[in-house]
Design a protein. Structure first.
Length: 596
């Protein structure tokens, strides 16, 4: 059993003396009869150099302690470091007949604790005169503690630990010279420990910085490009830190409808970023098959409730926009009310009743419907409206409307960028992540055959067929059959239906040959609709975007095989318009034909 004084007055336990380090400090007072001032300087210089150059703090502390023991001519020594919480001292180096590395003491226990607490050198030159020293002999090693010298390790006001040495060789007492020298050596060791910890902290900060950069890059990959392409939906995202708890997304279904979403995760940092990534992924995955916004939010809510922790939740708006008609359907889960900007520059908001996602597992959500009729629809996070001017004044919804109207003559994406440009000026300060998604219903007037004046009165196109198939000629047979049947359902006779089918197949052949260059790894999406008095065909590929102005039929006087597909399409169909897909990916061909 260890002696009763362990952990009280001094702290030795049993063990054996280890071999010296392979590169010990040079001065060896045990073999030097007299140690002078220059010897002191040389030893301290070597001690400091060993601390500065070593990458292994544990080995350096042990090597330094061994040198201190030799220089002070003592029998044993220990080095204790204070844990970060300040509650315990742990032995990190031990030289002598017994090894106590790993021993834990309370921060105020024994001579070591007293030295650290008082930040003073403590000395006991006759343990027999101190009642704390009982059973002074280690029964296994025979080591007797006769005298103790302990000096604190501190940098400024920061207490780091202490160095303790025992028993001067020859039995003499520790004197003021020993106390001063150990104090200097302890200060050098303390500085080394402090520098090592700061270096470790810098390494950890760099690791965290790189991880945050990677997380931010992954997050950006989940978002559509800001103001991407020729699309009725645009968005902007600006995180206040490296990563964001906001997200927005949209995509196009085969029938032309565009699901969209914007969300804001509670809290900040990596936890919020991870929940953001999960929610955005759930929307994109489920939104391709669940087209009812309220049902989609219910599905996402149940999943988040099962896995979210620490009371985190998500406010979110999800909906579906139909560019052909201007129809908008959406559901709101505890998010800020969206804004509708009408063509007369008046504004309307929509009430919010449902809770955020991740709070109530069986929460229900309600759809709201409107028609944009050439207007604009805005969804945004509170990072926009909570922009603060000075100490108290916030932008708010009214300030947002005023700033947007000041740039009313610009496109919707330029208007948003101009708005953020103003908020970046002196006086305004962001308090949170900022994200905004906007739908511009005038886009349909620019790219669709039917103008906005007709959309409001016309019956919305009725989806009849939605297909996605490989861009290969051998996959067109079932497509022909489907389009032929759909055309007859729209009121065309057999001959007209076959002509429409021919135009569609010629367009597919053009995609296979010219867009995909004969590769068989591309896809084609087809949507067939019963429109007002006829049929609408929407054909989309995912090849690199083309310039619609360069899609022209070949001169008929140019006699050579092939190249007449565009002539057939324009001769058969009433309208055939080429353009980019709404989300900026691939190309879009829309063809309409009215029943005679």
């Amino acid at each position: 059993m260890p002696p009763a004084y362990w952990g009280r007055a001094n702290v030795f336990t049993r063990g054996t003396e280890r071999e010296p380090m392979t590169t010990p400090l040079r001065s060896d007072p045990i073999e030097t009869p007299e140690v002078g001032f220059l010897d002191h300087l040389e030893f301290l210089a070597q001690l400091s150099q060993s601390f500065v150059t070593s990458l292994d703090l544990e080995a350096t502390l042990e090597q330094a302690l061994r040198g201190i023991i030799r220089f002070l001519k003592v029998e044993a020594g220990t080095l204790f470091l204070l844990e970060e919480d300040g509650q315990a001292l742990v032995c990190r180096a031990s030289i002598g007949p017994v090894d106590i590395r790993g021993l834990r003491l309370k921060s105020d226990e024994g001579i070591v604790g007293r030295s650290v607490r008082r930040n003073s050198v403590e000395v006991v030159n006759d343990t027999r005169a101190d009642a704390n020293f009982l059973n002074r002999v280690d029964q296994q090693s025979g080591f007797i503690t006769r005298s103790i010298l302990c000096a604190p390790m501190a940098v400024g006001k920061e207490r780091l630990g202490a160095i303790e040495v025992l028993n001067k060789i020859g039995g003499g007492p520790f004197d003021a010279h020993d106390m001063h020298l150990l104090r200097v050596m302890s200060s050098s060791a303390a500085l080394a420990v402090s520098n090592a910890r700061m270096a470790g902290a810098l390494v950890e900060q760099e690791r965290m910085r790189r991880e945050l950069e990677l997380a931010a890059e992954i997050q950006r990959s989940l978002l559509p490009p800001d103001g991407a392409g020729d699309s009725p939906i645009v968005g902007l995202n600006r995180p206040i830190g490296e990563v964001s708890g906001d997200f927005y997304d949209y995509f196009t279904l085969p029938d032309g409808r565009m699901p969209f979403a914007l969300g804001d995760v509670s809290g900040k940092g990596l936890n919020a970023a991870l929940l953001m990534a999960k929610t955005a992924s759930l929307f994109r995955c489920l939104g391709k098959s669940v087209h009812d916004p309220a049902t989609l939010l219910a599905y996402i809510n149940r999943e988040i409730c099962e896995t979210a922790s620490r009371g985190m939740f998500v406010t979110m708006v999800a909906g579906t926009y139909e560019p052909m008609t201007g129809a908008l359907r959406f559901a709101n889960a505890g998010h800020l009310p969206p804004l509708l900007r009408r063509t007369d520059r008046s504004y309307a908001t929509f009430p919010v009743e449902a809770p955020p996602l991740g709070i109530v597992g069986d929460a229900s959500f309600e759809n709201q419907e409107t028609n944009l009729n050439g207007g604009e629809f805005y969804v945004f996070t509170d990072g926009l409206t909570e922009y603060r001017y000075g100490k108290t004044e916030e932008l708010g919804v009214d300030g947002l409307i005023q700033m947007m109207e000041a740039h009313a003559g610009q496109s919707i994406i330029d208007r948003l960028r101009a708005l953020l440009g103003e908020l970046d000026q002196a006086g305004w300060k962001a308090r949170d992540d900022l994200t905004v998604l906007a739908i511009d219903d005038t886009w349909a007037a620019r790219v669709l055959a039917d103008g906005p004046s007709r959309r409001g009165a016309a019956k919305p196109p009725e989806p009849l067929l939605a297909l996605r198939f490989p861009a290969r000629a051998d996959r067109l047979r079932p497509v022909r059959a489907g389009v032929l049947a759909a055309a007859q359902m729209c009121g065309f006779d057999r001959t007209a239906a076959e002509d429409i089918t021919l135009a569609l197949c010629e367009a597919c052949e053009n995609i296979i040959v010219h867009a995909y260059k004969g590769r068989d790894d591309g896809d084609i999406e087809l949507g067939v609709f019963r429109s007002d008095g006829g049929i609408l065909l929407r054909l989309r590929d995912f090849a690199p975007p083309i310039d619609p102005a360069r899609v022209r039929p070949r001169d008929l006087n140019d006699v050579r095989p092939g190249g007449l597909g565009t002539h057939f399409i324009r001769a058969i169909m009433d309208v055939a318009e080429y353009g980019r897909a709404p989300d900026g990916v691939g190309n879009l061909l829309q063809m309409t034909k009215r029943v005679s």
